[in-house]
Ligand binder design. Structure first.
Ligand code: CMP
Length: 138
């Protein structure tokens, strides 16, 4: 099973890309796709379309397009739920210590990482960021 994870602009700016990769690899998940990308508004709105009616939507789009992100395709047994457990609760002030957001974040708007929350969203997000040739089989 595959999932999608992104180190968000604050995580990239703070130099946490290596830390995020280390935690994924330490968990024995396999990184099968990896790229740095600066999202434009259109792609960002597509990624977060399920939030388009929320009051934080505009702020979210401004933020996610403000600096580059690092996008990853991750493979492994139960990759979606295992990766969600690794990153922790959406609000870093509530995320448990030992999770990425629990260890490195304080604010919900700058919460370091994003990961798909369901197998359906994982497929949709992987298709948005990667084509088949960019996903390695090894
Ligand atoms: P993410 O997992 O990328 O999915 C949606 C994002 O919206 C979420 O992380 C937060 O960074 C962001 N967000 C900003 N404000 C809120 C809020 N009040 N509630 C939930 N998510 C929020």
């Amino acid at each position: 099973m595959r999932t999608f994870l992104a180190v968000k602009p604050d995580g990239v700016k703070r130099g946490l890309v290596g830390e995020v990769i280390k935690r994924i690899e330490d968990k024995n998940l396999k990184i099968v796709g990896l790229k740095m990308i600066w999202l434009d508004r259109e792609k960002a709105e597509k990624h977060y379309e399920e939030h388009k009616n929320k009051d934080f939507f505009n702020e979210l789009i401004e933020y996610i397009t403000s600096k580059p992100i690092v996008a990853m395709a991750i493979e492994g047994q139960n990759a979606v739920s295992v990766t969600r457990n690794l990153i922790g609760a959406t609000d870093p002030s509530e995320a448990k210590p030992g999770t990425i957001r629990g260890d490195y974040g304080l604010e919900i708007s700058e919460n370091i990482v994003h990961a798909a929350d369901s197998p359906e969203n994982a497929e949709r997000e992987l298709n948005l960021y990667f084509n088949e040739k960019e996903l390695q089989e090894y």
